[in-house]
Design a binder for this molecule. Structure first.
Ligand code: SAM
Length: 392
């Protein structure tokens, strides 16, 4: 027997107890649902498509000065955390104002190589030369290897949603932060050697740009933690899942806010030590994907939440809500599937569902699944060499 959560709202926020109005965008987007691509941030194809489109405008804006720089007819680009190629349209667009782009892709995940190469094939990429898809963590690559592979310093270092793993090393390196006037050469050397950003900025040409996209809100960090938990089955204690204020999931801030705080401590020291200027600008983007109508009900028999379609059949393939719920949080079984689960698995599924429902209000605004990303443009100018474009 199913009982609607609207009858027992104590553990749920009002945001997901009321049915939402249908949206007209489902049809418009169905063409993009070609494949279920999962990356580290696991999201469904529709949301991911929306997000990449929104990001792309910001990423191109962040590299605009380099794209418009006539003295660079060809570009050397490093795509850090290249993934499976969802950012390929960035290079199709960027190469329009260039003779050619040489692209060195780097990612720790070997299984993304083939989809990345496929995504970068076709006429639009005729002048985009993929030097290599190198399977490694960027931090492990010797700088000389990078310059040799690339044939010189990079005009663009592109890090789209891939610097999350650098935040903890940046925090640790920040603890070594030397006081400018009182530090020995050895201390400074150790500081720069330990700071992950040194390896990126050292690889940049004079006038080159590092483009960094990260989720901007607390919700993004929270979601990422949640997905990691779901993936590892490392569910917190039930108490933590039920109380958003106590859940460590909610307290994580691995996002652009964290990055900027940590980077700003590093920036002034890097500029002084390397006699250069780092010009930083921010380009925001927002994604709004309709969730569609849904109702959450607690199944009294299995004690698992069921997702119901208030406007039609639950197995309607065009019903959008389950795709977002399932791909972000997993664990929204049908009644039949729920009945087949062991008691232990039901407890896990229920805990997972509850945590997701606690997080959902951070993302959901008026029936839209919303995300705010920031793209940072960090342009490096060597002071001795001068500012090649005269921009400031
Ligand atoms: C969320 S995906 C983003 C993929 C792609 N840049 C995009 O925007 O669609 C993050 C990717 O970064 C990779 N990654 C994370 N840290 C990395 C590092 N330090 N070096 C190389 N790859 C890294 C992961 O393996 C993953 O494929």
């Amino acid at each position: 027997m199913l009982s609607s959560v609207t009858n027992s709202p104590s553990s749920l926020s009002p945001a997901f107890t009321k049915p939402l109005t249908p949206t007209s965008r489902t049809e418009e987007m169905s063409g993009r649902e070609k494949s279920d691509k999962f990356q580290d941030l696991s999201a469904n194809a529709v949301f991911m498509g929306d997000m990449k489109t929104a990001n792309r405008a910001s990423q191109l804006a962040a590299m605009r000065a380099v794209l418009d720089d006539q003295s660079r007819p060809q570009l050397r680009v490093v795509d850090v955390g290249a993934g499976d190629g969802l950012t390929a349209p960035v290079w199709a667009e960027a190469v329009r104002s260039k003779d050619a782009i040489s692209l060195l892709a780097i990612d720790m995940n070997a299984s993304y190589k083939t989809p990345y190469l496929t995504a970068h094939s076709g006429d639009q990429f005729n002048r985009v030369n993929i030097i290599d898809y190198h399977v490694a963590a960027y931090s492990e690559l010797p700088p000389r290897w990078l310059a040799k592979k690339l044939g010189g310093e990079a005009d663009i270092i592109f890090a789209s949603h891939s610097l999350y793993a650098e935040l903890q090393p940046m925090r640790e390196a920040g603890a070594l932060l030397p006081r400018p006037a009182q530090s020995s050469a050895a201390e400074l050397k150790a500081y720069f050697a330990a700071h992950p950003m040194t390896k990126y900025l050292d690889a940049l040409a004079n006038g080159g740009v590092m483009v960094i996209t990260l989720g901007a809100t607390q919700a993004m960090g929270a979601m990422r933690r949640f997905i990691t938990e779901v993936q590892t089955q490392n569910i917190n204690g039930m108490g933590a899942c039920f109380d958003p204020d106590k859940s460590p999931v909610i307290k994580e801030f691995d996002n652009m806010d964290s990055f900027i705080k940590l980077f700003s401590l590093f920036k002034a020291r890097y500029e002084a030590a390397y006699d250069c200027e780092l010009q930083v600008r921010s380009h925001p983007s927002a994604t709004q994907t309709p969730i569609g109508s849904y109702r959450v009900e607690l199944d009294a028999q299995t004690d698992i939440f069921m997702l119901r379609n208030p406007l039609g059949r639950d197995d309607d393939p065009s019903w959008q809500a389950p795709r977002l719920f399932n791909t972000f949080s997993g664990g929204w079984p049908t009644r039949q599937e729920a009945a087949a689960l062991s008691a232990e698995d039901r407890v896990k599924v229920r805990a997972r569902q509850q945590t997701f429902l606690n997080l959902l209000p951070l993302f959901e605004v008026e029936g839209m699944f919303c995300q705010h990303d920031e793209t940072l443009e960090i342009r490096k100018f060597d002071k001795l060499a001068g500012n090649p474009t005269g921009s400031n």
